[in-house]
Write a protein that binds this ligand. Structure first.
Ligand code: FPP
Length: 234
């Protein structure tokens, strides 16, 4: 891996947990649990590789349309992961951020994510941006409202609005996403970081997320290294 270029910012759409479980005759919840276990290993690996920014699509605004039992299972899993299993990230110098709307999330989930953000806020290693109750179009709507308010309150004028200002007013100011990985063979973006991924390279893997291990990740990085990024030039 050493001779390969690491992208600065990777996004992962973690898909296929449900199918992983169904294939084994297990409830969908078992797939989410297996996905979470895999994520722990992947985070360790990615942190060792020294990636600067990792964004994960954990739960979209639209995921609230799922069966109540599945949504409840996922919310409890997030609480469990962020209060216990993922604590190692804080010791590993990872700075954890959560993008998405806090309203609409159960109070104890908000408590867990805010604690994780607080406990890791001085960390200087990989920035891990977890998208939870997240929708990219909602993020853009929320950014427009924030900027409109600043204009209304005469803090800025319309002429001040540019790409940098827009980026500063997203949930977090993050650098562009260079590489988006989606697992499970689906070839969709599903409302994930549309603004930040404008010039990203995309990688679609057939592997279901619980099986998308360190090896699969390294294969994706090898593929990224073969891409010729032109950013609209030639
Ligand atoms: C998509 O698979 C996955 C999710 C909606 C949840 C992602 C959650 C995890 C990987 C668990 C742990 C995450 C964190 C951040 C602790 P799907 O259910 O849509 O699968 P399917 O398309 O096969 O039904």
């Amino acid at each position: 891996m050493n001779e390969l270029n690491m992208p600065n910012h990777i996004g992962i759409i973690m898909d296929g947990n449900g199918r992983w479980a169904t294939k084994r005759g297990l409830p969908r919840s078992a797939g989410h649990k297996a996905g979470a276990e895999n994520l722990k290993k992947l985070c360790r690996h990615i942190n060792k590789l020294g990636l600067n920014y990792l964004s994960l699509y954990a739960f979209s605004t639209e995921n609230f349309k799922r069966e109540v039992s599945e949504v409840n299972y996922l919310m409890n899993l997030f609480i469990e992961m962020f209060t216990n299993d993922f604590k190692f990230l804080i010791e590993d110098n990872v700075k954890v951020l959560f993008s998405g709307r806090r309203e609409g999330l159960p109070k104890n989930v908000v408590k867990a994510i805010e604690k994780m953000e607080f406990d890791s806020k001085g960390n200087t290693g990989t920035v891990l941006n977890i998208c939870l109750n997240y929708g990219s179009q909602d993020e853009i709507v929320d950014m427009v409202k924030k900027i409109s308010n600043e204009v209304k309150e005469s803090k800025i004028s319309i002429e001040d609005i540019n790409k940098e200002l827009v980026n500063r007013n997203m949930y977090y100011e993050l650098p562009p996403v260079d590489f988006v990985i989606r697992t499970s063979g689906e070839m969709r973006i599903s409302n994930f970081m549309l603004w930040q991924s404008s010039y990203a390279e995309y990688y679609f893997s057939e592997t279901l997320f619980p099986d998308f291990n360190e090896n699969e990740f390294d294969k994706a990085i090898e593929e990224f290294n073969k891409r010729n990024r032109r950013f609209g030039g030639n």
